[in-house]
Design a protein around this ligand. Structure first.
Ligand SMILES: CC(C)(COP(=O)(O)OP(=O)(O)OC[C@H]1O[C@@H](n2cnc3c(N)ncnc32)[C@H](O)[C@@H]1OP(=O)(O)O)[C@@H](O)C(=O)NCCC(=O)NCCS
Length: 157
C-alpha cells in the first residue's frame, strides 16, 4: 500500500514536506533529509532506517521513518512522521503509523517508542499518539530548549 523503497528524489521531497509542516526547524529538516540520504547510500541493513512513503500527485503526501534502537531489547523508534498540511485529518497519518508498526513488528520489534515535544504546536502529534493507543511514558522538561521539553510515547507491537 505504501512505497518502502526510497528513491534519490525522496531526500529533497522529505525536506520540502517536513518544512511545510511548520513545526520543525532548519536543523531538524536537514536531519530528516540526511536520514533518507544515509539510507540511500548505505541501505536499510547498515543504517537501520526504514521508510514508508505515501506518494501523491504532486510529491509526497506523507511519510514515516522508523528503525531498531541499537542495544535495546527489540525496541524500535519512530524517527519521523509527517503528513502534508493539505492532507491532514483524512486518516493518512494513522494508516502510515499502523503500517510502520506492522513493519517494525515484522522486523522483530516488540515495542515502538515515539518522541515528540511538549510544545503547544505539537498538541496534534500528542493527540495523534493517544488516539493510536500509545502510552504516555514521560515528559522531560527543558530537553530541546528551555521552553521545549521532550514527550515520550510507547506502544507494544
Ligand atoms: C501528527 C500528524 C502526522 C497526523 O497526521 P494526520 O494524517 O492528520 O492524522 P490522522 O488524520 O490519521 O488522525 C488520526 C487521529 O489523530 C488525532 N489527531 C490528528 N490531528 C489532530 C489534531 N490536529 N488535533 C487533535 N487530534 C488530532 C485524532 O484523534 C485523529 O482521529 P480523527 O480525525 O478521527 O479525530 C500530522 O499532524 C503532522 O504531520 N504533524 C506535523 C509533524 C509532527 O508533529 N509529527 C509527529 C511528531 S515528530
Amino acid at each position: 500500500m505504501f512505497r518502502a523503497e526510497p528513491r534519490p528524489e525522496d531526500a529533497e521531497a522529505i525536506a520540502s514536506l517536513v518544512r511545510k509542516t511548520g513545526v520543525f526547524n532548519d536543523a531538524e529538516t536537514a536531519m530528516a533529509r540526511d536520514l533518507a540520504l544515509e539510507r540511500l547510500e548505505r541501505g536499510a541493513a547498515a543504517c537501520g532506517y526504514h521508510f514508508l512513503f505515501a506518494d501523491g500527485p504532486a510529491g509526497l503526501d506523507g511519510y514515516v521513518c522508523f528503525g531498531p534502537i541499537p542495544g535495546t531489547e527489540a525496541r524500535f523508534e519512530l524517527y519521523w512522521i509527517a503528513v502534508d498540511p493539505a492532507k491532514r485529518r483524512s486518516g493518512l497519518g494513522r494508516r502510515l503509523q499502523l503500517a510502520a508498526e506492522l513493519a517494525a513488528k515484522e522486523l522483530g520489534g516488540s515495542y515502538l517508542i515515539a518522541e515528540t515535544s511538549t510544545r503547544s504546536d505539537y498538541a496534534p502529534a500528542r493527540e495523534f499518539y493517544h488516539s493510536l493507543g500509545y502510552e504516555h511514558l514521560a515528559d522531560v522538561p527543558k530537553w530541546h530548549a528551555d521552553n521545549d521539553g521532550l514527550s515520550v510515547f510507547g506502544k507494544r507491537l
